[in-house]
Design a protein around this ligand. Structure first.
Ligand SMILES: C[S@@+](CC[C@H](N)C(=O)[O-])C[C@H]1O[C@@H](n2cnc3c(N)ncnc32)[C@H](O)[C@@H]1O
Length: 244
């Protein structure tokens, strides 16, 4: 499963769900407010900008935003919402691609650092964020906490969500530190549609060490974009790293 094959034209066309799910105002508004505050009057860069779910409202909020994105079909969907002058995007790998100019904020949300499937690539991603930042600039990551506590004893899989016609499941490879997220949609008949994404899951502590290797220190970690406390029950975190 290559990322380019997963984020193809069909996925890109179906990605946006205006006003609901990940596009709901209650999800996006606190995120955009926090990112605007963290940009601190400077320019922002989104790694894996996708169809501009976050970048488009952030630019509308007055923050200059650029992006890096591997999938041309995802960029094509973004282009229906914002032109190149409003949100410039480089088609490339967020671990290596370069965007011109200096930024006060780089952000990488929606668990997407885990789409890089090796530790080396994830460290390179931190280094690439550092290359794009002014001294004191921030790298913000939104990432799930690995759900290993939810695995049934002896089982490498769990059902994350179930409703009529839809199942979300995760399978784990504990030796390689990998997880595959499976989304299965089906009707009354025998046919089903499967969408899958592979991930290298990362604990917060490993993320902090990657940050340290790339010259960052942890400024804050919260459970959500509204600055909720991160606790041992949190299933996701928003971590803000500052370039030292
Ligand atoms: C879950 S979507 C997130 C998109 C957007 N950030 C958002 O929050 O809606 C993951 C995106 O990451 C992109 N992606 C995956 N690996 C990438 C890489 N190595 N470099 C750049 N983009 C990548 C995919 O093409 C896809 O658009």
């Amino acid at each position: 499963m290559r990322q380019e094959d997963i984020w193809d034209a069909e996925t890109a066309q179906q990605y946006d769900t205006p006003g609901t799910g990940a596009f709901a105002p209650e999800v996006l508004e606190p995120m955009v407010e926090r990112l605007a505050a963290l940009a601190d009057g400077g320019r922002a860069l989104e790694f894996a900008i996708g169809t501009g779910r976050v970048a488009v409202p952030l630019a509308a909020r007055g923050v200059p935003v650029a992006g890096i994105e591997l999938s041309q079909p995802m960029i094509d969907v973004l282009r229906a919402k914002a032109d190149e002058a409003t949100i410039p995007v480089v088609n490339g790998d967020m671990a290596t691609a370069r965007v011109p100019g200096e930024h006060t904020l780089v952000f990488l949300v929606f668990n997407t650092i885990s789409n890089l499937l090796t530790q080396a690539e994830q460290v390179e991603c931190f280094r690439n964020a550092a290359r794009h930042l002014v001294p004191g600039g921030r790298f913000v990551i939104e990432l799930g906490v690995p759900a290993l506590r939810s695995l049934p004893p002896g089982q490498p899989a769990r059902v994350r969500h179930a409703e009529p016609g839809y199942l979300a499941m995760e399978t784990y490879d504990l030796v390689r530190q990998r997880m595959i997220s499976h989304h299965l949609r089906f009707g009354d008949g025998r046919e089903a549609r499967l969408f899958r994404t592979p991930h290298r899951y990362v604990w917060p502590a490993e993320l902090d060490l990657m940050a340290q290797i790339a010259g960052f220190e942890l400024e804050s970690r919260n459970a959500d974009w509204r600055a909720g406390e991160f606790t041992d029950e949190s299933n996701s975190h928003v971590s803000v790293y500052r370039l030292t």
